[in-house]
Design a binder for this molecule. Structure first.
Ligand code: AMP
Ligand code: ZN
Length: 112
């Protein structure tokens, strides 16, 4: 999708700090990290949000890839948080579905 920031990252038109890639997914460091580790995991295919996702296969693959990325970054023993912000009240700013992977510090609950 032409005016989507993360589609531009997928297409290589905007640089990113890549930390993982598969045939269908990308993982890169968040530009404004909220924890010592803050990775975004996205499908290469444009899907606007979790609410707009229609493929269980994509969602399953996204979560499996996210699990592997967290493991590869040494987050399993200490633990980590995964977040998918959806639409306005969810705090979604970039409308290309993405999983935040946050780790390396104690997370708080409830979230802000
Ligand atoms: P959300 O609010 O869930 O839509 O999250 C969007 C995230 O994208 C924020 O955490 C931003 O810091 C991050 N972000 C925005 N632009 C970039 C970029 N060019 N590279 C990496 N992360 C980005
Ligand atoms: Zn997109």
């Amino acid at each position: 999708m032409d005016d989507c920031l993360f589609c531009k990252i997928v297409a290589g038109k905007i640089p990113c700090d890549l930390v993982g890639e598969s045939e269908s997914f990308l993982a890169f460091n968040d530009i404004d990290p909220q924890a010592p580790t803050h990775i975004l995991v996205i499908p290469k295919e444009h899907v606007r949000s979790l609410a707009d996702s229609e493929s269980s296969e994509m969602l399953g693959g996204l979560m499996s890839f996210t699990r592997d990325i967290a493991s590869e970054h040494g987050l399993v023993e200490g633990g980590y948080r995964t977040v998918i912000n959806t639409n306005g009240d969810g705090g979604q700013m970039v409308f290309h579905i993405h999983v935040h992977v946050l780790g390396g510090r104690q997370m708080k609950w409830p979230p802000g």
